[in-house]
Design a protein around this ligand. Sequence first.
Ligand SMILES: NC(=O)c1ccc[n+]([C@@H]2O[C@H](COP(=O)([O-])OP(=O)(O)OC[C@H]3O[C@@H](n4cnc5c(N)ncnc54)[C@H](OP(=O)(O)O)[C@@H]3O)[C@@H](O)[C@H]2O)c1
Length: 227
Amino acid sequence: MRHALIIGGSRGLGLGLVQEHLTRGWHVTATVRGPSDGLNALRQNAPDRLVIETLDTVSTAQTAALAGRLNGQSFDLLLLNAGIMAGRGLALGDVANDDIQNIFLTNAISPIRIADALSSRVAAGGTIAFMSSILGSIGTNDDGRAELYRASKAALNSLIRSFRARHAADDVTILALHPGVVRTAMGGPDAALDIATSVRGVADVIEARRGTGGQAFVDYRNQIIPW
Ligand SMILES: NC(=O)c1ccc[n+]([C@@H]2O[C@H](COP(=O)([O-])OP(=O)(O)OC[C@H]3O[C@@H](n4cnc5c(N)ncnc54)[C@H](OP(=O)(O)O)[C@@H]3O)[C@@H](O)[C@H]2O)c1
């Protein structure tokens, strides 16, 4: 049975990705920073295949503790999903420094720190997938909206490429994913996609690119996005 470790599985796309992988027969370890009714409900239906772990992704102490608890386990997929929005609609000068620090720590720095701490738990031929966004594409940034969030995902994409370079010898496929614009707390009620459509596409992309090696920035339909 294949085993996924999904970082940030409490709600939204993360919860959807946990459900999708359970439906596909995977064993899933999902992390949350607080209680999740959604995950608890999923565990009722798959008590032997869903493990819930605690992690606030910006905490290096909690990251090290999780790596310790997972010592000896092997994952076919490490999926780093947790992310936040900040400063939407505001000029940079009007965004509090704490919010700027938080969005870069959460969206760019922490996923890479966690991947570094856990990459040795990823099986040969496995996948490390980061939830990026098309808004992180510098090459397609012509309208500038959500610019702080955009910059945090562009920083994530840069760090993903550095991570790949540092792990060039590893037998692992690295993905930066755009899930589409999805009706979650972050995406809002008018977003084009429902969660089920997005996570089905994301899981299909991960499956299609399994074992291919290298790195790719792709959307939920497996379309390449310019970095
Ligand atoms: N929705 C979209 O249209 C869209 C488009 C492109 C990319 N994305 C990306 O997809 C990912 C998921 O987004 P979403 O739409 O599902 O957003 P969401 O509904 O707001 O969910 C965000 C998730 O991230 C978790 N999280 C945030 N900060 C965390 C921290 N410090 N420690 C642990 N968990 C943390 C949240 O946990 P709590 O429940 O504890 O808050 C929650 O599970 C994000 O990386 C987002 O940037 C979303």
